[in-house]
Design a protein around this ligand. Sequence first.
Ligand code: GDP
Ligand code: IMO
Ligand code: MG
Length: 433
Amino acid sequence: MATTVVIGTQWGDEGKGKIVDLLTGHADVIVRFQGGNNAGHTLVVEGKKFIFHLIPSGILYGDKLCAIGNGVVLDPKVLIEEMDELAANGLSVTPEHLKISYNTHLIMPYHRAMDHAREAAKAEGKKIGTTGRGIGPCYEDKIVRNGIKIADLLDPELFRDKLEENLKYKNFLFKELFGTDTLDADGIYAEYQKYAEKLAPYAANVSVLIDDARKEGKNILFEGAQGTQLDIDHGTYPFVTSSNTIAGGACCGSGIGPSKIDTTLGICKAYTTRVGEGPFPTELFDETGDKLQKQGVEFGATTGRRRRCGWLDGVVLQDAVRLNGIDGLVVTKLDVLSGLGGLKICKAYDVEGRKFSYMPANIRQAQAARPVYRDIEGWEDDLSGARSIEDLPLKARNYLRAMEEIAGVPISIVSVGPGREQTLLLRNPFETE
Ligand code: GDP
Ligand code: IMO
Ligand code: MG
């Protein structure tokens, strides 16, 4: 029995989907614990590409139990679309294989509308560049105790009451503050009652389910979304998402105690990307940045936006190791660095003459951070065919060693392409001695 948490160490899109899919082969239960359909997790299996936004990537195996924890914000429309898409690909999602916590909060149409209205009303330079999926407004309602949970959806009277209460506030803001369209309770009620009917068989106490699985000796995998620097508490606030993306979120967001987590794997791209606004000290605005974007095919899996690209940031990596308690690193997209010439890894920031070894909390300082680089020799070889660490050229292995030195933790997995087979597994977190 082992429990493993997989989280992103940077600003999301580190390749979590691919790695979760790979580890799912060794797991029995896969749990999403935060975020919502702002996530876009890509898997390439036998040349076929799948992008998951809400359902844990493990669903592709067909025989695993997938769970959506209380920490997730769930848009039922998107979930049902994702289920239908899987069914069209011959994989029917049944209540036997997917469970949703009664405590999971629902994204409502007014959350999406609020997300758009807020972003549109913000001045340039203040926009967050959200995914527009209603994530922030939904978490906001949860925190102020106005949210609507799956358990409420399944109680029509309670649902109607909460819906009307919420709409009173939201419609006032839409009309008076934003000057946008108001929303109608009857329409939303009818739409959500259909979702209630469809989703009722999937609702469960996910905390109990995880506990039972653990006691039965099963392997449990927690699939993080976003990345450490997008964490609401520890990220580059306010340019963050609205949940705790760090490993601790797996406990609060699913209902398992911290002492029951065995391993935390931090996924780290061999370089850095960011979608949306906010500080990014190692961002490149030159030819190398363009090359990383092109070679890495760096487009958002959810919004299709071009991802900003830059060198690997060792400060961000060290923050991630500390904040998540990472036991093992997973380096992805090492293949993308081929043919770039000399490489650089940021080892510290210079902020107006002051040295920083962590991300400054002051957003102006974070914006002003200038990277201090360590130069590392690059390589020309194509790495995509490598299947063991020995297949890698010495210079690529030196780069990995530099990453281990900076992180202070060993590398467990190296990924050299999007496919399942393009993976070098050095240590399996589910194989306990
Ligand atoms: P996630 O959000 O962390 O799951 O990552 P995304 O799916 O948004 O973005 C990662 C992208 O990189 C996807 O298109 C993956 O198919 C791709 N990918 C993952 N690992 C590798 C790798 O090692 N090499 C290359 N070239 N692509 C990879
Ligand atoms: P995965 O799981 C990359 C970013 C958005 C925006 C900020 C806030 O695929 O790694 P939100 O809609 O969450 O309120 O947007 O967070 N963001 C992501 N960036 N990968 C993600 O998920 C992201 N989810 C949110 O671009 O900057
Ligand atoms: Mg993604």
